[in-house]
Design a protein around this ligand. Structure first.
Ligand code: ADP
Ligand code: MG
Length: 452
């Protein structure tokens, strides 16, 4: 029965994760236990368990549920007879350190990732300001800027920095009540409090913290009562001179459907962005990870040039970069081979392919707006002034040239414009390019910036 359930779940998993991933990561799993809400699998190595836990535990849980086995914990244990303890478990997270200091009360913080410390954050040009500002907040001294607003694209280290602040504050100022959570969790708590008529408790609890950190705040945009509550919480804390740290995927002014008064509040403190990584930073991050793994696992051999190759080729974001390295280690330790350039290309073919076409319309709009010094919101807005319309057409043209998106798709990303508008824009730029050398230069530069 148990094995049938797993067989059924596996059929679905093939479709969900793709044949390649399935063969590499799911097939080798041996179901050891499926009972009492726990599914435990035997895995060949710690790396393997880690990897599957991070990437597939959710899928596995969902598919088991669809096959009729509701589990709330998916665990991975080494497949030797003595390995009774799981090497990785999903939900609750491994070693959950709660983001709360005064330990006898019940702050609803999210678990902090023990790896997200300042020690393990590699500083480069693109993130040095964000890093310095975070360090300052982590000293726990008098509040000098409020809030600290960190923004940037996905996987650039926002969450890492926020957790690092929380870890550091816990070490230096254990008496402070530090609360870290995502905006989504904030909303969830709020809705729950409304439902259970405990809104006063909710307010009191959030107003009693010393440091509040809310991750991915763009999530509250458009959710009216939640943003309202967030606004009040925010103001109450600022009034008491309590530190607030916020992150988002874009600048306050650029978050759609966020109330203006909230935007302007968010802009009051220090707003810093994390830029896309450059080659040196990526290489630094890879080297740090390798050093770390070397200490843990002897016998890891990496050929010259492999890290450089990865830093050069995987430019999307740090999460993808790390994932690639983890998979590489897992794979190499499974098959017991040295990590060569060839093995790297084999093992990471899919990641390398997808980072070839990594460019998004968003990034193009952002870069073009930056270049012409206009606001990102004007890219998608209705203004027809030449000094805005032209850059917008440039962005349309580049979107057509550099991404696989269709005209209607591009239109959607430019504020819901019709595909004929996009086509017109693209043609316009093609025409102008031939006679306007300044524009041709601009395009060349932008293309180079975008393609890294
Ligand atoms: P974001 O919240 O901006 O989407 P995260 O903070 O979750 O990104 O970072 C994604 C992954 O990349 C994490 O595993 C994080 O540790 C790692 N990372 C990002 N930037 C750095 C850095 N500068 N040094 C070391 N690791 C980094
Ligand atoms: Mg994040």
């Amino acid at each position: 029965m148990t094995n049938e359930t797993w067989a059924e779940a596996r059929q679905e998993l093939i479709k969900r994760v793709g044949k390649n991933n399935y063969v590499t990561w799911i097939e080798p799993l041996k179901l050891a236990i499926l009972a009492d809400g726990v599914a435990r699998f035997e895995v060949p190595t710690i790396f393997f368990g880690d990897w599957v836990q991070r990437n597939y535990a959710d899928h596995i849980r969902n598919q088991l549920a669809s096959a009729g086995a509701v589990v709330d914990r998916v665990e991975f244990a080494l497949g030797s007879p003595s390995a009774e303890t799981p090497v990785a478990s999903f939900k609750p997270a491994p070693r959950p350190v709660r983001s709360r200091s005064a330990s006898d009360d019940d702050l609803p913080g999210a678990p902090l990732d023990p790896r997200f410390t300042f020690d393990r954050f590699v500083v480069g040009k693109s993130n040095e300001l964000a890093h310095a500002a975070s360090r300052r907040v982590a000293e726990g001294g008098p509040v000098t800027f409020n809030p600290l607003f960190l923004y940037g694209g996905v996987g650039l280290g926002k969450t890492h920095l926020m957790h690092a602040i929380a870890h550091e504050l816990q070490a230096r100022r254990p008496e402070l009540r530090v609360l870290y959570l995502s905006a989504e969790q904030f909303m969830y708590r709020f809705v729950q409090a409304l439902r259970e008529r405990q809104i006063m408790d909710f307010k009191e609890m959030f107003r009693s913290v010393d440091v509040l950190m809310v991750d991915d705040v763009q999530f509250v945009a458009g959710k009216d009562s939640t943003q309202e509550e967030f606004f009040h919480t925010f103001n109450a804390l600022v009034d008491q001179n309590k530190q607030i740290v916020i992150s988002a995927d874009r600048a306050p002014g650029e978050i759609k459907d966020l109330e203006d008064r909230i935007k302007s509040r968010l802009q009051c403190g220090l707003v810093v962005d994390l830029h896309p990584t450059d080659y040196e930073l990526r290489l630094g991050i890879l080297q740090q990870k390798v050093d770390f793994y070397r200490n843990q696992y002897r016998g890891l051999v990496i050929a010259d040039g492999v890290l450089e190759f990865l830093a050069h080729r995987i430019t999307t974001n740090v999460r993808v970069l790390e994932g690639a390295l983890t998979r590489l280690f897992a794979f190499a330790s499974l098959v017991g081979r040295e990590i060569t350039l060839e093995l790297t290309q084999d093992c990471l073919a899919d990641i390398l392919r997808s980072s070839d076409r990594k460019l998004t319309i968003e990034e193009i709009q952002r870069k073009v707006a930056e270049h012409y010094n206009i606001r990102l919101s004007d890219m998608i807005g209705p203004k027809r002034l030449r000094n805005i319309a032209r850059p917008r057409q440039v962005a349309m043209y580049l979107s057509k040239q550099l991404t696989p998106r269709s005209l209607p798709e591009i239109g959607r990303r430019f504020g819901g414009r019709d595909h004929t508008t996009i086509m017109h824009g693209v043609r316009k730029i093609e025409e102008l390019m031939a006679i306007d050398s300044q524009l041709a230069d601009d395009l060349q530069l932008l293309r180079r910036l975008l393609q890294g």
